[in-house]
Each structure stands twice: as structure tokens, then as C-alpha cells.
Design a protein around this ligand. Structure first.
Ligand code: CMC
Length: 432
């Protein structure tokens, strides 16, 4: 029993024993470990919570990203995502996520230069990437290649000095566009283009994607800015499936290349970062506006999902989806309108009026419109998740950096409710 807890406490009566317990409430949360004192007898393990898929469990304290899912609010380090998308660039946002504050001009230039120093990869990485089958999915190539980086930087293993950790962070941020672009080139059978450090982070990425025989690639400033804004919008999203994976793997003191590999693998799934690819496949399969009612019928019958709709946390319009919808207008001015936009707009209109979606608070999420922009910019659907993973590395690394400095964190190790058979004798062969 805690003394003088006042109102910030929870009183629990265990009806099995009639005993009462008072648990402190801090940050609107009780500590799961405080439940372990609730026992039927001294030999009892103590009470646990059961929370499959972490619907109501805080796994960490974090100061990086804030989401209010009911109000549709997303902040990085206290700054509204809309303001960052309007005024910052991706590397400033990466710095903000990692360091906690926006860089001043001197810090910004130093950070940009640090990143530029590390954009090239070891030539063996290139050979490694050339070993994939011609039709390998770019996400498979990306995931495997990030994992391979771990073998180039053995100093990244185990607990580290801040300087060692920071060097790996810079390396990963810097090499992601190179590896991501090369995963694209390899899936198209195109020669790899080396980084051009005269260009911006996003401009260099576009150069490695698009450049052919021209001596210097000049990105279209509107498309370069649009992609940079998309990178900002995807940079972090607190404790989602892939970030939780990053923290889980990082908690064993595995190196950050291995942890990012695992996080990227989690992102690959169609319910997470793979949804943007799934949205485009869905829009192509619907094909025309007159087929929408039938698709909605199948969604409501539980046969298919409306990809790009719904979110575990947002129960209103995803603020990233709003920003992307606005951005799409600027992009389509340059690229021409994606013909699938009309199907997407009509799907959204019908869904937002339909009781099935309204009653379940299903709104467009970040993936609903992003694919339309990517497609208009010339990216194939199977490449979309790579475009999500590239900037999300900044968030994963910021979360990992926070984790390793958190004195309360240990190796992640959930409990289970065992429902299998009790110990039993091994049957002798003749009795089987
Ligand atoms: N289409 C149709 N019904 C849906 C959808 C959807 N997209 N999403 C949720 N529902 C229904 C679901 O069937 C359930 O209905 P009922 O209560 O009748 O069983 C109810 O809404 C609650 O769904 P849930 O699956 O319990 O919700 P969740 O929080 O576990 O899932 C989600 C969240 C994002 C996985 C889910 O909404 C989904 O599958 N959406 C489509 C995939 C997608 O767009 N993913 C991208 C998410 S945002 C970016 C990211 O995380 O990477």
C-alpha cells in the first residue's frame, strides 16, 4: 500500500481474497508491475494484464512524437506536422527527431555536411545488391541490404558510446537514399547511379533514381519539394508496429543496422507500410467509378478491406492524409493528373457517408493518397513501401537512441498466458 496517494491512485478490490490495493496513477497510467502484488497466496505469481497487439499498453516513455487520434493531431517534438511540412526540410526534421530541437543555421549546415560525407556505400554492398534475382521485390532488396550493412560496421554491436552510436545514425540516414535508389534501379535492370552531393538529400535521391546519360541530373523543384514533404510526413509515428520492432530488437543491444532491418521488415506488411502498394492495386482492380458500389459491398461483407482506410490510433482524418491530398494537387500540375484520383475521391466520398465506415471511425490514412503521387512521379507500386521506409529510418533511429538512454528499459520480454497441456509423461514408443 502506498501512503498519501490521494486522488492520483486506483483502488482495486480482489474479490478472490477480499483484499484491497491502492496503485499510483502517473501520466494517466498504472504500472503493470504494481499488479504483481495482487496474489491469492504467497506462492501465486501475481496478477498480469492480457493485451494482445498492445491495444492499451504503453511500452515506453517518449518525448519524440505526440498523436491525438481523436482530434487528428500529430506533433514531432511539439511542432505540428502541418508547420513542419510547410516550413522545414527533411534533414531538419530528422535532426529535430534525433536531437530534440530544430537546428540553428550553423547546426543545420554541419548536419547536412556530416550526412553528405556518408552517402556512398562500400563497393561490396553494390555487388551484394547485384546478387538478387531480376524480379526481386525492392523491399526485399532494401531489407536485406540494410542487414548486410551490419557486417561492414562491427563496432555498432553492443552498448556504445554516444559518438559511436551517432556515427551509425548518420551513416544509416546518409546511405538509405543510396540503397533505396539502387533497389529501384536493380528492379528495373538499370545501372546504379552514384550519389551527387551537390544536390539536396531528396534531390540526390531523385538523381540516383532517374539519371541516365546526362552528366548532371536537375530535379524538378516542385517534385523535389513534394517528395521532401512526403519524407517529413512519414518520418515518425510513435509506437507503431515497425517502431515497436525497432525498440524490441534494439533492447537486446543488437546493432542498429539489424534493428532497422527488422523494423523495415515489419513495415513491409500490407497492414502497415505495405498499404500504399495495396491501395494502388485496389484502385487499379476497381478500375472505374461504376465498380465502386460493388467494391464497397464486398468491404462491408468482410470479403476485402478498403485499403488506406482506418487506423489503430486515428479515429478521425489522419492529418498526414490531409496534407498529402493537398500536395497531390501541386504534383499533378507537373505530372498530369493520375486517372485513379477520381476513383479514390469517389471512394472517399462514399465511405465517409456510409454508416459502416462512420460507425467504425474509418477515415483515409497516410497511405490512401500517397501512392497516387508516387505513381504520378513514375514509381511502380512495388516501390512505394521503400519510399515510406527511407524517411522512417529517421524516426526508428530517434526512437532507438531514446531507448538505449532510458534507464528504465531492459531487454523486451512479454509474458504469456499458457493454455497448453500440463507436464505429462513421455509415452514409450510401444504405447503410441
Ligand atoms: N476496411 C474495412 N473495414 C475495416 C478497415 C478497412 N480498411 N479497417 C478496419 N475495419 C473494420 C474491421 O473489420 C473492424 O470491424 P468489426 O468491428 O465489425 O470487426 C473494425 O473496423 C475495427 O478494425 P480493426 O481491424 O480491429 O482495427 P485495428 O486497429 O486492429 O486495425 C488497421 C487498424 C490500420 C490495420 C486497419 O484499419 C486496416 O487493416 N486498414 C487497412 C490497411 C491500411 O490502410 N493500413 C495502413 C495504416 S496507416 C499507415 C501505417 O500504419 O503504416
Amino acid at each position: 500500500m502506498h501512503q498519501d496517494m490521494g486522488k492520483d491512485s486506483l483502488t482495486i478490490t480482489d474479490n478472490r481474497t477480499g483484499k484491497q490495493y491502492e496503485l499510483p496513477i502517473e501520466h494517466e497510467t498504472i504500472r503493470a508491475m504494481d499488479l504483481r502484488q495482487i496474489k491469492v497466496n504467497a506462492g501465486d505469481f501475481g496478477l498480469m494484464t492480457y493485451d494482445p497487439a498492445f491495444l492499451n499498453t504503453a511500452s515506453c516513455k517518449s518525448s519524440i512524437t505526440y498523436i491525438d487520434g481523436d482530434k487528428g493531431i500529430l506533433n514531432y517534438r511539439g511542432y505540428a506536422i502541418e508547420d513542419l511540412a510547410d516550413h522545414a526540410d527533411f534533414l531538419e526534421v530528422a535532426y529535430l527527431l534525433l536531437e530534440g530541437e530544430l537546428p540553428n543555421p550553423v547546426e543545420r549546415d554541419a548536419f547536412v555536411n556530416e550526412v553528405k560525407v556518408h552517402t556512398f556505400v562500400h563497393e561490396n554492398v553494390k555487388q551484394f545488391m547485384e546478387g538478387f534475382r531480376y524480379d526481386a521485390h525492392p523491399m526485399s532488396v532494401l531489407i536485406s541490404t540494410i542487414g548486410a550493412l551490419s557486417s561492414f560496421y562491427p563496432e555498432a554491436k553492443g552498448s556504445q558510446e554516444y559518438a559511436v552510436r551517432r556515427l551509425q545514425i548518420i551513416r544509416l540516414l546518409a546511405k538509405m537514399p543510396t540503397i533505396a535508389a539502387w533497389s529501384y534501379r536493380s528492379s528495373r535492370g538499370l545501372p546504379y547511379v552514384y550519389p551527387d552531393n551537390d544536390l539536396s538529400y531528396t534531390g540526390n535521391f531523385l538523381s540516383m533514381i532517374k539519371r541516365m546519360s546526362e552528366p548532371k541530373y536537375k530535379p524538378d523543384p516542385i517534385l523535389e519539394r513534394a517528395l521532401d514533404v512526403l519524407f517529413i510526413l512519414h518520418a515518425d509515428h510513435e509506437q507503431n508496429c515497425s517502431t515497436n520492432t525497432m525498440r524490441n530488437v534494439g533492447s537486446s543491444q543488437a546493432d542498429c543496422y539489424s534493428a532497422v532491418t527488422a523494423a523495415a521488415a515489419a513495415l513491409y506488411g500490407p497492414l502497415h507500410g505495405g498499404a500504399n502498394e495495396a491501395v494502388l492495386k485496389m484502385l487499379h482492380s476497381i478500375g472505374s467509378k461504376d465498380k465502386i458500389p460493388d467494391y464497397i459491398r464486398r468491404v462491408k461483407a468482410g470479403e476485402v478491406r478498403l485499403m488506406g482506410f482506418g487506423h489503430r490510433v486515428y479515429k478521425s482524418y489522419d492529418p498526414r492524409a490531409k496534407a498529402i491530398k493537398r500536395l497531390s494537387e501541386q504534383v499533378f500540375e507537373v505530372t498530369g493528373k493520375n486517372p485513379l484520383l477520381d476513383i479514390a475521391l469517389e471512394l472517399e466520398r462514399i465511405a465517409l457517408e456510409d454508416d459502416y465506415f462512420v460507425s467504425r471511425s474509418l477515415y483515409p490514412n497516410v497511405d490512401f493518397y500517397s501512392g497516387l503521387i508516387y505513381e504520378a512521379m513514375g514509381f511502380r507500386t512495388e516501390y512505394f513501401t521503400v519510399l515510406f521506409a527511407l524517411p522512417r529510418v529517421a524516426g526508428w533511429l530517434a526512437q532507438w537512441n531514446e531507448l538505449v538512454q532510458d534507464p528504465e528499459q531492459k531487454i523486451a520480454r512479454p509474458r504469456q498466458i499458457y493454455l497448453g497441456s500440463a507436464r505429462r509423461p513421455y509415452p514409450v514408443k510401444s504405447a503410441r
